[in-house]
Write a protein that binds this ligand. Structure first.
Ligand code: NAD
Ligand code: DAU
Length: 343
């Protein structure tokens, strides 16, 4: 399919990947009207979009996707031809402490969005999912394929697997034009510093310990966030609706190796590594086979982990005020300062 996007609605666009995606599309492709819907939960930071908010090309609505009436108003006004669905509770550790918000945003929110997309005859809905739905791989086990069975092990991945199945059920039942993408671990600018890489970078800058769960030998398939964004764009414009696509980073470092690289880049000592109690049901390894993505969209360019980490570390060093505002909680007043105080 070759599809010309004109009006795109992005859910969760004030979060890490969503804000990088909006920047990527506006900077690289332009000529697309975008509207971002985000409830600005703890992980939503409008400052991530500050470079684009004054542009006519981007609209913003502070809204929960579970608010069906509010969402209908946005669909009526914007009439999107494309919806890219990032909005979700995304942190595994939080889902272990409390699963309910994951069921609400990730499952119920997706179902509400699907019905509105159908009603307003959206031509392409891309549901952003995760490699976590396949569950853990043992050492030496082959990389996960789109056809593999699902085996989520924590409430976050169970909620994402449920939302994938809901989307795929609409494809089958209603001939609904959706794609499901399953990406591996993202890293890069604007990632909330509860996630491993930005937590390690910002703690190291502050000479604070870097928490390493268990032995630190867990393996993730790290992808630089802008590579994920480019793959999503290629799939919207050249992928096939009704299909699932893996998007991987093509590397397999252990967590401890990543932490050591960060310390070396910042000139900090290894004594900052602090092994702590492991995460319950901690998936040992993920690895994705994304040959289908590469064959169908010619997507191949990927930043290496060494280069992507250097770029990311440099970004956090340069943008210390951004992450200090996040860690202090000050970022949560950005929306009020931009919008409410002017009314
Ligand atoms: P994030 O937590 O940084 O951002 C999520 C955004 O969604 C936030 O801005 C939040 O306010 C918003 N949101 C949450 N619930 C909402 C609701 N009910 N209504 C409106 N807005 C809501 O997450 P992220 O890392 O950017 O992940 C984005 C998507 O990509 C998620 O669906 C996640 O499952 C998926 N994903 C993430 C990764 C990763 O490594 N981070 C990898 C694969 C897939
Ligand atoms: O695989 C894709 C998934 O990657 C996404 O679907 C999730 O939204 C995203 O949060 C991420 O999940 P992880 O649990 O893999 O990411 P996190 O950054 O929390 O942890 C990465 C690895 O580092 C994991 O093995 C747990 C470990 N870790 C994490 C933290 C926060 C630590 O050792 N110490 C920590 O303090």
């Amino acid at each position: 399919m070759t599809f010309k996007v004109q009006r795109m609605l992005v859910t969760g666009g004030a979060g890490f990947i969503g804000s990088n995606f909006i920047a990527h599309v506006l900077e690289k492709y332009g000529a697309v009207r975008m509207v971002c819907v985000d409830k600005l939960g703890y992980a939503g930071n409008l400052e991530n979009l500050s470079g684009f908010l004054k542009s006519e090309a981007l609209g913003f609505e502070k809204l929960d996707i579970c608010n069906e009436a509010g969402m209908r108003t946005v669909f009526e006004r914007e009439r999107p031809d494309t919806v890219v669905h990032f909005a979700a509770e995304s942190h595994v550790d939080r889902s272990i402490m409390s699963a309910r918000p994951f069921v609400e945003s990730n499952i119920l929110g997706t179902q509400i969005l699907l019905d509105l997309c159908r009603q307003f005859q959206v031509q392409c809905m891309l549901h952003v999912s995760t490699d976590e739905v396949y569950g853990a791989l043992s050492p030496g086990q082959a990389a996960s394929l789109e056809t593999d069975s699902l085996d989520p092990t924590n409430p976050y991945s169970a909620s994402k697997a449920s939302s994938d199945l809901m989307v795929l059920s609409y494809v089958k039942t209603h001939d609904f034009p959706a794609l499901v993408t399953r990406c591996s671990n993202n890293y890069g600018p604007y990632q909330f510093p509860e996630k491993f890489i930005p937590l390690a970078i910002t703690n190291a800058i502050e000479d604070k310990p870097i928490p390493i769960y268990g032995d630190g030998l867990q393996v993730r398939d790290w992808i630089f966030v802008r590579d994920h964004c480019e793959a999503i764009w290629r799939l919207i414009t050249h992928g096939k609706t009704g299909e699932i696509y893996n998007i991987g980073g093509h590397n397999q470092p252990t967590n401890i190796e990543i932490a050591r690289q960060i310390l070396t880049m910042l000139g900090k000592p290894e004594s900052l590594l602090e092994h702590i109690k492991d995460r319950p049901a901690h998936d040992r390894r993920y690895n994705l086979d994304d040959a289908k993505l590469m064959a169908e969209t010619a997507f191949k360019e990927r930043v290496s982990v060494a280069e992507g980490l250097r770029h990311t570390v440099a970004w956090y060093v340069k943008n210390e005020p951004w992450w200090r505002r996040v860690k202090s909680g000050e970022y949560q007043t950005y929306y009020e300062r931009q919008y409410v105080s002017r009314k």
